[in-house]
Design a protein around this ligand. Structure first.
Ligand SMILES: *Cc1c(COP(=O)(O)O)cnc(C)c1O
Length: 378
């Protein structure tokens, strides 16, 4: 027998309650029954996004909503300010390039953020910059970005919108879209929302809808104005992933039963415990601003990071993520994202202790787990 513990920052574990609903018989999407469910999920997404704006739902992975944000808001030759601070902030730049949008990169060391005064300076200098494209949680480095501060800056600029990739952040790291002045917030189903992959979301502000009127980039499947027209009738332009919509209905019930702020507090506690355990094992974090979705830990000297990740998986069934690009083999990432509680992170840290011991690293067994347990007692 082999039991597997999925501790990656997406896909994340799906609760039984949600999987049972997902396996129900398919219903047709042009029916009152589907419309009632789609209308309900559209409403129930709002408290999670902390917005009164429409939250559109698309059948695609999260990147589909990132691409849609660029294609619907910008025009060929427009300028976009993009901090390059990891794999996913890089993706914003790649999408812009694919659409002929000029990227103004802000180079940032991986594990760090684009400091708000730096962002402000760029925007003050060049009023032609149409969008600031950032992640909430940069998953490749486990870093939280200061969205509230960016919002204060961008709110003052009539010609600029703030677009946030909260694919791994939503439901784990606080994002108050309306209060903070976020214009577009995109997310995906397979992370904090506790669903299988296959749905993408975007909340869109009034300011952003005005940008959509000006946009001349090509779009078809991800035409947000078309999506909004259908959304107003609790419908979608094309066949949605019906089973995932049913499952979303259930996962949103779970999240709203717990209450979004309690969900965020749970993630904060699990992240804090994971960081504390890493400290107790004298392991170093990569990020200067660690996020509550995922913790990126440096592989200690003398240990092969690929072997560490493989041992965690093969010997203990604990699936963590490795490093991407130049961080491959240099870090490992433990997610505490979505359907997670205390014993999930205890399991992960216990497996890390055992694995390090197996690989001959001088680790005191139980130090990480003890540090977590002491925290949980308080
Ligand atoms: C997972 C992730 C993505 C990619 O989402 P897909 O669903 O794989 O398209 C984008 N951005 C961030 C920050 C992510 O964590």
């Amino acid at each position: 027998m082999r039991k597997v513990y999925l501790m990656t920052p997406g896909p994340t574990p799906v609760p039984d309650r949600v999987r049972r609903v997902e396996s129900q018989e398919i219903i047709h999407h042009r029916t009152k029954e589907h419309s009632a469910i789609f209308g309900r999920v559209s409403e129930n997404l709002r408290p999670i996004f902390k917005t009164e704006n429409p939250v559109l739902t698309f059948t695609s992975s999260g990147t589909g909503a990132m691409e849609g944000a660029v294609a619907n808001m910008l025009s060929a030759g427009d300028k976009a300010l993009v901090p390059i601070a990891g794999k996913f902030s890089e993706r914003w730049a790649e999408i812009c390039k694919a659409y002929g949008v000029k990227v103004i990169p802000v180079e940032v060391e991986w594990g760090n953020i684009a400091e708000p005064p730096v962002v402000k300076e760029y925007l003050d200098k060049d009023p032609d910059i149409k969008a600031l494209l950032v992640p909430l949680c940069e998953t490749s480095t486990g870093t939280i970005f200061p969205i509230q501060e960016y919002g204060e800056i961008v709110r003052e600029k009539a010609g600029t919108i703030l677009v946030v990739d909260a694919i791994s952040g939503l439901g784990a790291c606080d994002i108050r879209n309306d209060e903070w002045g976020v214009d577009i917030c995109v997310s995906g189903s397979q992370k904090g929302l506790m669903l299988p992959p296959g749905l993408a979301f975007a909340s869109v502000s009034n300011k952003a809808w005005e940008f959509a009127e000006q946009s001349n980039l090509p779009k078809y499947y991800f035409d947000w104005k078309k999506a909004r027209k259908s959304w107003e009738k609790a419908d979608t332009p094309y066949t949605p992933a019906v089973s995932l919509i049913l499952a979303l209905d259930e996962s949103l019930k779970m999240l709203n039963e717990e209450g979004i702020d309690k969900v965020l507090a749970r993630h904060s506690m699990l992240a804090d415990a994971t960081r504390t355990a890493a400290g107790a094992l004298e392991l170093e974090l990569l990020s200067k601003y660690p996020a509550n979705s995922v913790t990126a830990i440096r592989v200690p000297d003398g240990i092969d990071g690929i072997e560490l990740k493989n041992t965690l998986d093969k010997k203990y069934g604990v699936k963590v993520a490795g490093g991407q690009a130049h961080l491959k083999g240099k870090i490992f990432r433990i997610a505490h994202l979505g359907y997670m509680d205390k014993f999930d992170v205890i399991t992960a840290i216990s497996a890390v202790e055992l694995t390090l011991k197996n690989l001959g690293y001088p680790v005191e067994l139980g130090n990480g787990v003890r540090a977590m347990e002491e925290m949980f007692l308080k």
